[in-house]
Design a protein around this ligand. Structure first.
Ligand SMILES: C[S@@+](CC[C@H](N)C(=O)[O-])C[C@H]1O[C@@H](n2cnc3c(N)ncnc32)[C@H](O)[C@@H]1O
Length: 346
């Protein structure tokens, strides 16, 4: 999964400017629905900033990871600028992007625009560190490589991928898990050591969440907020016996399938986030008390002042378009319930 998504030349995400997200791509995200997502996040960020920095004596620092082509960054900056937010002038928006080629693409897109004094691609979370700030990611964790385990004769086996040189194709095999495999031990702890599953039951585990949250928790020295938006479940639902084939899904041309070996590098592969794992690892890393709410509730709270400003008015064409986007983002049958928001504050 790591190679298929992140190989420097052939990986699905080897370019930020590729057409993989949006109407002409393979799947939609809340960002590709339109700029209302950024507008609402800018309100949420403003409110958080007032709590983290009540004296208003620090410039607003936003750190985003998994920013793809930087569209959400531009939407948030535009929203702050257009409503003359006092935070706009001195703000800094740092995009964490480990790949040099993508940082270059992002810089080329930003140079010479009104974003260039405020928007900076940086190579790591460490390089994005600040005294205070707001961290943000949308659909980052579902794109982290996962391991797959299958329940076989009363124990878990590792689902491995190799290249069959005689057949000239990728194949899957089920292998014993090596002793002392710390990531597997964490998976066992999460799934429950004493549980039994139907034969052939498949599930996923994302080893990277632990290491990521450890790094991410060190971002802000003297106070910060973390907003993590993604789809997923808490452990009980994640490991429900009814979910026999796991959560791994592939996306191509707005069609979904389960064969992760089909057209690697040309297909998006993702797995649901296990929020119990995220909250536990965050607590261990010094970010206790994470709050989980669905995107509908989070964005509706953030939309309060924007919705009030339209009260008693017949919406013009722009407001009507925004309201349609708001509905797509918050309606329980659309993106409102499947997406969850985890917030940490320190
Ligand atoms: C599903 S896309 C979401 C893009 C965007 N946030 C949106 O909502 O439209 C996942 C993004 O995360 C990026 N990504 C994955 N791992 C990353 C990492 N360790 N650091 C920075 N970006 C990463 C991928 O390159 C890809 O752009």
């Amino acid at each position: 999964m790591e190679l298929a998504l992140y190989h420097p030349q052939h990986g699905y995400y080897s370019s930020a400017i590729g057409k993989n997200i949006g109407r002409s791509g393979d799947f939609f995200t809340s960002v590709s629905v339109g700029d209302t997502f950024g507008l609402l996040l800018s309100h949420a960020i403003e409110k958080k900033w007032q709590r983290i920095c009540p004296d208003g004596d620090n410039p607003l620092i936003i750190v985003e990871q998994g920013a793809h082509d930087g569209q959400l960054a531009r939407d948030i900056i535009d929203a702050l600028r257009l409503r003359n937010s006092p935070l706009y002038e001195s703000m800094q928006y740092r995009i964490v992007e480990p790949r040099e080629s993508i940082r270059r693409e992002l810089r080329e897109n930003i140079d010479g625009t009104l974003y260039s004094p405020r928007l900076y691609p940086v190579e790591s979370l460490e390089k994005a560190r600040a005294e205070r700030g707001v961290f943000l990611c949308n659909e980052l964790l579902d794109a982290f490589p996962v391991r797959r385990f299958v329940w076989n004769n009363g124990k878990w086996k590792d689902v491995c991928v190799s290249f069959d040189s005689e057949e000239g194709q990728l194949i899957e095999s089920e292998e014993d898990v090596a002793n002392g495999d710390g990531d597997f031990d964490r998976f066992l702890n999460l799934v429950g050591e004493d549980r039994d599953f139907p034969e052939g039951y498949v599930t996923e585990f994302c080893p990277g969440v632990k290491y990521w949250v450890e790094e991410c928790s060190r971002l802000f020295e003297n106070g910060g907020c973390w907003i993590v938006i993604d789809y997923g479940f808490e452990a009980e639902e994640y490991f429900s016996e009814l979910r026999k084939t796991g959560t791994l899904k592939c996306y191509r041309d707005h069609r979904t399938h389960d064969d992760a070996l089909d057209l690697p590098g040309e297909t998006d592969i993702s797995a649901h986030v296990n929020f119990t794992d995220l909250l536990r690892e965050a607590e261990k890393a010094g970010l206790p008390g994470g709050a989980l709410s669905d995107q509908s509730r989070f964005l509706t709270r953030a939309a309060e002042s924007w919705l009030r400003s339209m009260e008693g008015q017949i919406p013009d064409a722009e407001s009507a378009a925004r309201l349609r986007q708001f509905q797509t983002l918050t309606h329980p049958a659309m993106m409102g319930r499947s997406f969850q928001v985890v917030e940490f504050e320190k």
